[in-house]
Design a protein around this ligand. Structure first.
Ligand SMILES: NC(=O)c1ccc[n+]([C@@H]2O[C@H](COP(=O)([O-])OP(=O)(O)OC[C@H]3O[C@@H](n4cnc5c(N)ncnc54)[C@H](OP(=O)(O)O)[C@@H]3O)[C@@H](O)[C@H]2O)c1
Length: 319
């Protein structure tokens, strides 16, 4: 059994990942917060034996095998690196880092330490995503011509780190990361051309970003990320022979059936799964087996971060 340490009494840790660790039969040994009171309250809600008032006390705790980093995006690199240097495996929230340079440094730190590093893109672990990528790989859709990957919601909290570029905020890093990852997984290669448009909050963080990715195969992906829309997400993959729609592609969970809607056919599925739990199980199994790579290798997050950097460069606000 893997013993976890949690960095930050974050909403996503509270609502999804810590419950998933427990459901996967793993132990949460310690939770750390900037505030001891918040850590204690979090520990109380989740029956965690130890609460500490610093992140350092989590990464150096010998009762911890793996650290889950649920901090604002600018803190992923320093704290994941500290945990890796202390010999802990690291499951780090998306995006792995605020840019590709950071993601590469983190991957290098994992290689040096011999510990696992994985970006917590839980959507990759939903069985419906595996089925989608198998369907694409089978050639049943023909040659892939177009991918559309959209993810938006209303982000109205000005105090949220998402509104602040210096904390790694912005819609591209927050939800565009999913669309870019999905487009790369479907295309099974890296884009040769990147174009984009964006709109910005007064803070300088992007409120929305739309990008076109041109792949060497000729496939084109359009990725839309926004803080200004109703909750909305969709993936559509169009091949030379047929197409598939993927409703709620990124956050489908146990609550609802997940399906693949292939044009002209009966829906495929349904699947019902908690992708966080599947992710935690896969990560823990790799750690216990002494695997050299996480089930979603850190190199995948580096490749996604490289595309995110290119989109950001193509959409930078006028000075
Ligand atoms: N995979 C998913 O489904 C999913 C969903 C949502 C978010 N996420 C990712 O998870 C991470 C956390 O997101 P969240 O929505 O859970 O955020 P959140 O509720 O704001 O939590 C972030 C935590 O970071 C800590 N923190 C340290 N320094 C901070 C600072 N200067 N400002 C704000 N918080 C600070 C705080 O914990 P303490 O005060 O307790 O130390 C806070 O609770 C992000 O990387 C995000 O991209 C993933």
């Amino acid at each position: 059994m893997i013993r976890w340490g949690v960095l930050g009494a974050a909403r996503i840790a509270d609502s999804a990942v810590v419950p998933a660790i427990r459901a996967a039969g793993q132990e949460v040994a310690v939770v750390g917060s900037r505030s001891l009171e918040r850590a204690q309250a979090f520990a109380g809600r989740h029956s965690i034996a130890k609460a500490v008032g610093s992140y350092e006390d989590v990464v150096t705790d010998d009762a911890v095998d793996a650290v889950y980093v649920a901090l604002p995006n600018d803190l992923h690199e320093p704290w994941a690196t500290a945990a890796l240097s202390a010999g802990r495996h690291v499951l780090c929230e998306k995006p792995l880092a605020t840019d590709a340079g950071g993601a590469r440094r983190m991957a290098a730190a994992a290689t040096v330490s011999g510990a696992l590093l994985m970006e917590a893109v839980m959507a990759r672990f939903h069985p419906r995503t595996t089925a989608l990528l198998d369907l694409v790989g089978s050639g049943e859709l023909g040659d892939i011509r177009a991918v559309t990957a959209s993810f938006g919601f209303r982000m109205d909290r000005p105090d949220d780190y998402r509104a602040h570029p210096e904390q790694g905020g912005g819609a591209l890093l927050d939800v565009g990361v999913y669309g870019v990852s999905m487009s790369r997984w479907v295309a099974r290669e890296e884009p040769a051309n990147v174009r984009g448009l964006a709109g910005f909050l007064p803070t300088g963080a992007d409120a929305w970003t739309s990008a076109l990715l041109g792949f060497p195969s000729g496939a084109v992906a359009s990725v839309h990320a926004s803080f200004l829309t109703a909750p909305y997400q969709l993936v559509e993959v169009v091949g030379s022979t047929t197409s598939v729609l993927v409703p709620e592609p990124f956050t489908a969970g146990r609550a609802r059936d997940a399906q693949l809607l292939v044009d002209g056919r009966a829906p495929i599925g349904p699947w019902r799964a908690d992708p966080y739990e599947v992710m935690v199980r896969a990560f823990a199994a790799a750690a216990e087996a002494g695997a050299r790579e996480a089930p979603l290798p850190a190199a995948d997050a580096v490749a996604t971060a490289t595309v995110l950097d290119r989109i950001a460069a193509a959409t930078r606000p006028p000075r």
